[in-house]
Design a protein. Structure first.
Length: 197
């Protein structure tokens, strides 16, 4: 009975995520890569940092609650969210069929190449592993870490309900969620704020 409830909850969440981009969005052309039209930004989220636990050694950066997750990369490797603790992180939530995500890909790729002090993590969902891998190949974003989040666990953990969405997380765990597409200039603006001391 528990498995049926879990499956039903997962399916409901995936339906909500898919609806955020909408079926009509699949047929609409995405904006030009340089488009910097206004996007909805959520207010900054206060950090929730847990006290050191058994998996955190003394002297290590505290691990924000949002980074206490495990996932799998698109190439099948285990990934620990806590490995990002103490660093600025740009999470990019995308789906393979989403035109907004495709539009954001060139700016994300270029920014990741320039910003070596920021950890870029793509979080893919709402499709099959093969479709996710094809999107990465098509966009040339294979140098980024991409998580295969088919069940939406990381999306839920970070409070994301639509794609293309970015979560910019400072080393202290405070975060800002912004809906895309951002384009190069807006993305750079958010990255500058992310690394500002």
């Amino acid at each position: 009975m528990s498995n049926r409830r879990t499956t039903a909850a997962t399916m409901a969440m995936l339906a909500l995520l898919a609806a955020a981009c909408g079926t009509a969005a699949r047929d609409e052309p995405g904006p030009a890569a340089g488009d910097t039209s206004a996007s909805a930004a959520s207010p900054p989220v206060s950090p929730s940092v847990s006290p050191p636990g058994p998996e955190q050694s003394a002297g290590e950066a505290p691990v924000p609650a949002a980074l206490r997750f495990t996932a799998q990369t698109l190439d099948g490797k285990a990934f620990q969210g806590k490995s990002l603790a103490g660093r600025p992180v740009a999470f990019w939530f995308w789906a393979p069929w989403c035109p907004k995500c495709l539009s954001d890909a060139p700016a994300v790729k270029a920014a990741a190449a320039r910003q070596s002090d920021v950890a870029f993590v793509g979080v893919a969902g709402l499709d099959t592993q093969a479709a996710m891998q094809a999107f990465v190949k098509r966009t040339g974003t294979g140098d980024l870490v991409h998580l295969a989040d088919a069940e939406g666990a990381v999306w839920t953990k970070l409070g994301v309900s639509e794609q293309s969405t970015f979560v910019f997380m400072k080393p202290d765990g405070s975060a800002e969620k912004v809906s895309g597409p951002l384009g190069r200039d807006k993305l750079e603006e958010h990255l500058r704020a992310l690394v500002a001391r």
